[in-house]
Design a protein around this ligand. Structure first.
Ligand code: NAP
Length: 322
């Protein structure tokens, strides 16, 4: 099969299109013929090999050599302990931990997968898993979003933000989006009530307050973010600078005690809300925003586009089979 393989950490130059053996199916896995896969921030971290990702995937060189977690495809074969699926089923899910999605075939555990609605394209399905789960778990589980609130999404034009605005709209909230100038028109067209260009304005210093902040970038001091919350407001971070995330984890509980504002960190529960996403998609309430799709041999180019932050929504790769 064809796959995008890397054998050392580095830039996109280390990604190579190769012909390799198909993966070997274990008893609790299914073999998926991959039709689409999307890029996540975690893939980029694993490619570049920062310290945390080296601890996960090998200190000197990557143990898992094919990246790609969010896949959509058709089941080709099932292991003998698999109960939920059968060959021919169209599925999607987040395989992070085992990865392998930038390839014509990948094996995945059955509990990492959900059936793909017929009306959902493979590209749409591949865009969903990590980004939509983070949006739902950030807004609903941690953020307890409800009508009448003022919500701010920092890093609004990427994967998480473009799902979050659509999900938040269902709760009848007023939404402000923060991103770079080139993405603000898209944000307005998606339903953001207000937009902020982060190069022009610091949302933590503009004198406004928000009931709920969903932060995808976490690049500002946690104290400043807390200051941007209204009384009883909740700040939820899903990711960003490691230093700031640690600050949120360590200082968040203290800020909550002294100020009646909550600082919370999402720890992704992979694939937990895929059934809910299927409902939202089938009722026409949420539609993934796709950047691309690119082809398998264009994965290095797609990674560069993603790494430059030039993408809108989710960067998706289509895999054609001859
Ligand atoms: N909590 C967990 O368990 C968990 C698990 C997996 C992933 N994550 C995290 O979840 C996040 C995924 O987010 P995503 O997929 O939405 O990322 P994304 O697609 O890269 O989107 C991020 C957006 O933020 C914008 N941005 C860049 N600098 C900014 C700034 N200073 N202020 C405001 N916006 C800025 C980017 O646009 P420009 O580049 O044009 O500025 C981009 O539109 C990552 O932080 C990842 O590490 C968390």
């Amino acid at each position: 099969m064809k796959a995008i393989v890397y054998t050392r950490y580095g830039t996109t130059d280390v990604l190579e299109l190769k012909e390799i053996d198909k993966p070997i199916l274990k008893d609790n896995e299914v073999l998926i013929k991959v039709y689409a896969v999307s890029i996540n921030d975690w893939d980029l971290g694993l490619l570049q090999g920062d310290l945390i990702n080296r601890l996960i995937n090998g200190l000197l060189k990557p143990k898992i050599k094919i990246l790609g977690s969010d896949v959509a495809g058709r089941i080709e074969a099932v292991g003998k302990n698999v109960k939920k699926f059968q060959p021919g089923d169209e599925v999607y899910g987040d395989l992070s931990g085992s990865w392998g999605g930038f390839a014509e075939y990948v094996c995945g555990r059955e509990n990492a997968l959900a059936l793909k609605p017929v009306s959902m394209s493979y590209e749409e399905a591949a865009a969903i898993p990590q980004a939509a789960m983070l949006a739902i778990q950030g807004l609903c589980d941690k953020g307890q979003i409800h009508s009448g609130q003022k919500l701010l999404i920092n890093g609004a034009g990427g994967g998480v933000g473009t799902f979050a605005v659509q999900i938040a709209k269902l709760s009848g909230v007023e939404i402000t989006g923060v991103d770079s100038s080139g993405k603000l028109d898209m944000l307005r067209s998606m339903g953001f009530d207000h937009v902020i260009d982060y190069a022009q304005e610091d949302f933590t210093k503009n004198g406004k307050c928000y009931d709920l902040i969903l932060d995808v970038k976490t690049n500002r001091s946690i104290f400043n973010c807390a200051r941007a919350l209204c009384l009883n407001g909740i700040y939820v971070t899903v990711g960003g600078s490691m230093g700031r995330l640690l600050q949120a984890l360590l200082l968040g509980p203290w800020i909550s005690i002294i100020s009646k504002k909550k600082i919370l960190v999402v720890s992704l529960k992979q694939n937990k809300d895929l059934a809910y996403m299927n409902e939202l998609f089938e009722s026409g309430k949420v539609k993934p925003v796709i950047d691309g799709p690119y082809k398998l041999d264009e994965v290095p180019k797609a990674f560069r586009h993603f790494g430059e932050g030039a993408h809108k929504g989710k960067v998706v790769i289509t895999i054609e089979h001859n």
